[in-house]
Design a protein around this ligand. Structure first.
Ligand code: T3D
Length: 260
């Protein structure tokens, strides 16, 4: 199909569906280009949350190994695809100034697992499976897995998962803290959408600041983190959402967030 990635916006939620079900949503150059385009569209201020999922039985099986093998056989190697495609995709997710939710509907392997790890929240179907996969084909982690997975589960577990490449299911992912919720397969769409809509109705600027503070604190000194927190809080305190929510609190009303 021409539509390797589907994009739609509803209730300020951009839904991005990787749509190569016949290949477990494995990523070709064309699919990666479409995915980056969709993520770039989701940067529009009218979008206040992003939902990423896969069509059919997989979330995403990572790099399309048929395309990859053809490149290797032709002596083209990776052809710069990590820098050209995966890195911008993952940076766009991580740096998105609104929450990104992964609805992990099936297997997430290699760069497909990395995509899920890069999102802010992961909700999984009971049918979800994860496989780091990289070492299985003698590759090192890419698409941010060395950074994201380590932050999700700690260095010891990330090392184990990346070296041993033992696939694990939704239950183990929940135990490890990789996913925050597991639901029956037929409830995933509804539950993930409800979560994304809830986030889209939240204080978008404060969410963006929260993501930025967390990213920065991961590699900064406490003093630097405190400085950035102070700057971000000054900015948040100037938003209409903050004033209105503070007033709503005192009036014992439910706040309505406009996102700024
Ligand atoms: O090139 C670069 O830029 C380097 C970047 C690399 C980033 C990476 O992502 S490296 C890691 C690549 N991914 C993998 O190594 C995962 C390979 N797939 C698997 O290990 C397994 O297929 C799964 C664990 C994902 C699922 O297992 P299972 O038993 O549920 O399904 P299956 O029977 O293995 O696969 C079903 C079909 O999907 C099958 O095709 P067929 O036989 O029905 O025609 C299989 O070949 C295809 N498929 C699965 N993964 C890929 C794929 N086709 C192309 N690329 C794939 N990654």
């Amino acid at each position: 199909p021409l539509n390797d990635v589907l994009y739609s916006v509803d209730d300020a939620v951009a839904t991005i569906v990787i749509n190569r079900p016949e290949a477990m949503n494995a990523l070709t150059v064309r699919a990666k280009t479409a995915l980056l385009e969709a993520l770039t569209s989701a940067q529009a201020p009218s979008v206040r949350a992003v939902l990423l999922t896969g069509s059919g039985r997989a979330f995403c099986a990572g790099q399309d190994l048929a395309e990859h093998a053809a490149n290797l056989e032709a002596g083209r190697g990776l052809d710069g695809t990590v820098r050209t495609h995966y890195n911008p995709i993952v940076r766009t997710i991580i740096e998105m100034d609104k929450p990104v939710v992964a609805a992990v509907n099936g297997v997430a392997a290699g760069a497909g697992a990395s995509l899920a790890f890069a999102c802010d929240l992961r909700i999984a179907s009971e049918k979800a499976r994860f496989a780091t996969a990289f070492s299985g084909i003698a590759l090192a982690p890419d698409s941010g897995a060395s950074w994201t997975l380590q932050r999700l589960v700690g260095t010891a577990r990330a090392t184990e998962l990346l070296l041993l490449n033992e696939p694990f299911g939704a239950k183990r992912a929940l135990e490890l803290g990789i996913v925050s919720r597991v639901v029956p397969a037929d409830e995933l769409d509804t539950a993930a959408r409800a979560l994304a809509v809830r986030l889209a109705q939240g204080p978008t600027s404060a969410y963006a600041a929260t993501k930025r503070a967390l990213r920065f604190a991961a590699t900064s000194s406490p003093a630097e983190a405190l400085e950035l927190e102070a700057d971000l809080q000054d900015a948040c305190a100037k938003t209409a959402d903050h004033l209105n929510a503070t007033r709503a609190f005192l009036a014992k009303e439910r706040p309505v967030f406009e996102g700024h």
